[in-house]
Design a protein around this ligand. Structure first.
Ligand SMILES: *Cc1c(COP(=O)(O)O)cnc(C)c1O
Length: 315
């Protein structure tokens, strides 16, 4: 195991919500990508691979998590990266990628990234798609749903009416829905879409729910009806990585409650969670926190300044 489980559940009184603290999946680098890597890295090693190739936006948490935990498992990590709006957070993540020894290839677009990856594939290479959201990665969130089911049965929190989670590449939400259905936890999952085009994200996420359910041993797809997945797009704003006003307000509210958010994913999701609480459609709302809260400084110790060849990744 590369992370530390179970992650705590916590009541946030000021906003009338529960929180699943997946920011704490690892003290080295936390967040939701760690659970996907719990499944992906062992699969790479079991197949005798020496190297992982993956893809993401410049500041990708998935690429950084893969670089951190892949290299600790003795795998080389390479990533094709596409441009993203410049923020301090994005620059830090790029430097941390380099600091833990990842090889980074800047490309202009996702199709360009695919081409770059194909060109660099070898027999010893394990390919991981964007966000780690293939079926194997999503099974990490089936495990997370099972973990939550144990916490509910132990009385650590009331059974939620809605779980609110960010949807970027969809693996987190898909694994949760499949796992909750398998565990007979009846509750709505509200997926706040933060990546574009939203219609494509929605189709891919729903496909991933079914494929992950089957891969986790699900036989009767009717179980999925007890875990309705609502994919909402009203927090997306101008697109992936573009901050919104509702997100900024959500960051303030969460900050007062002691939770740090980021503008790309969790601020938009938390804004959606606040909406769910206010709508009175749901009594018990659980916000699933997916952003690492581990300090970045140790990963930046010994990391180089950003090399000029990576400047073009920042818009
Ligand atoms: C990657 C990421 C997400 C989105 O998860 P997906 O499984 O790609 O939908 C949400 N929050 C944070 C902080 C992330 O890094």
């Amino acid at each position: 195991m590369i992370g530390v489980y179970p992650t705590p559940v916590q009541r946030l009184e000021s906003v009338d919500m529960w929180v699943k603290r997946d920011d704490l999946t690892s003290p080295i680098y936390g967040g939701n990508k760690v659970r996907k890597l719990e499944r992906l890295i062992p699969e790479a090693l079991a197949r005798g691979k020496k190297r992982i190739i993956t893809v993401g936006a410049a500041g990708s948490h998935h690429v950084l998590a893969t670089a951190v935990f892949g290299s600790r498992a003795g795998l080389e990590v390479e990533a094709a990266l596409v441009p993203q709006r410049r923020t301090d957070h994005v620059v830090e993540n790029l430097r941390a990628d380099l600091g833990v020894g990842a090889t980074l290839r800047p490309v202009r677009t996702y199709p360009g990234a695919l081409l770059s990856m194909l060109l660099h594939m070898r027999k010893d290479t394990y390919f991981v798609t964007v966000g780690g959201s293939n079926v194997t990665g999503s099974l990490g969130y089936v495990d997370a749903a099972r973990e939550l089911a144990v916490q509910i049965r132990a009385g650590e929190l009331p059974s939620p009416d809605a779980i609110v989670v960010t949807v970027g590449s969809g693996g987190t939400a898909a694994g949760l829905v499949a796992g909750l259905a398998l565990e007979n936890v009846k509750c709505a999952v509200v997926g706040v879409v933060v990546a574009s085009p939203a219609w494509a994200v929605k189709i891919m996420t729903r496909r991933l729910v079914r494929a992950t359910f089957v891969a986790a041993g699900g036989k009767d797809a009717r179980l999925l009806r007890d875990v309705p997945l609502e994919l909402v797009t009203n927090q997306l704003g101008a697109g992936y990585g573009e901050p919104t006003e509702a997100g900024r307000r959500a960051e303030e509210v969460a900050g007062e409650a002691g939770l740090a958010l980021d503008p790309t994913y969790t601020a938009k999701c938390f804004a959606g969670a606040l909406e769910c609480v206010q709508s009175a459609r749901f009594k018990n709302v659980l916000y699933w926190h997916t952003l690492s809260s581990a300090p970045i400084e140790p990963l930046l110790a010994g990391a180089p300044e950003l090399p000029a060849r990576l400047e073009r990744l920042l818009r």
